[in-house]
Design a protein around this ligand. Structure first.
Ligand code: MG
Length: 162
């Protein structure tokens, strides 16, 4: 593809006991983790959908169905790497990615740099091409204390210069 392409992704997962909490491939020690058929990495899933959207490749449910036993408990960063391989095969590269995570708890600010580094490594990019922001639900009643994390992601893909 020869022109820049944008894509958006959104995902949300419930926080439950006895699950790991992984965000962008970074393990965060917390009493709850994200429920999902895979490892539940909501940020990786949002990124995957944003990349697929920008590349015109459909969505995460088509490529990695959650009723397919091959993806049970799978490392979502492997799926992200697989997705990026499909993107680069179309002669596209990451321009930049910007993500917002919505979570009442835990506080995620201390993990910002680690998450950015993990994502940029998976996308063969520089940390400066990836931005991650954190929001807490405010004035949303029951949502403020609801155990979940949501991710919204936008990416810009650019034609590869070779
Ligand atoms: Mg998901």
């Amino acid at each position: 593809m020869s022109t820049p392409r944008v894509g958006i992704g959104f995902d949300s997962h419930r926080l439950v006991p006895d699950r790991p909490l992984l965000l962008g491939g970074v393990r965060i020690e917390y009493e709850l983790g994200l429920l999902g058929h895979s490892d539940g990495d909501v940020l990786a899933h949002g990124l995957i959908d944003a990349l697929l959207g920008a590349a015109g490749l459909g969505d995460i449910g088509e490529l990695y169905p959650d009723d397919d036993s091959r993806f049970e408990g799978t490392d979502s960063m492997h799926l992200l790497s697989d997705t990026y391989g499909r993107v680069t095969a179309l002669n596209l590269r990451l321009g930049n990615a910007d993500a917002t995570l919505l979570a009442g708890a835990p506080r995620l600010g201390p993990f910002r740099d680690a998450i950015r580094d993990s994502i940029s490594t998976a996308l063969h990019s520089e940390p400066g091409q990836v931005n991650v922001k954190f929001k807490t639900p405010e004035a949303l009643g029951a949502l403020e204390s609801a155990p979940f994390i949501a991710a919204q992601v936008i990416v810009l893909l650019e034609p590869a210069k070779d």
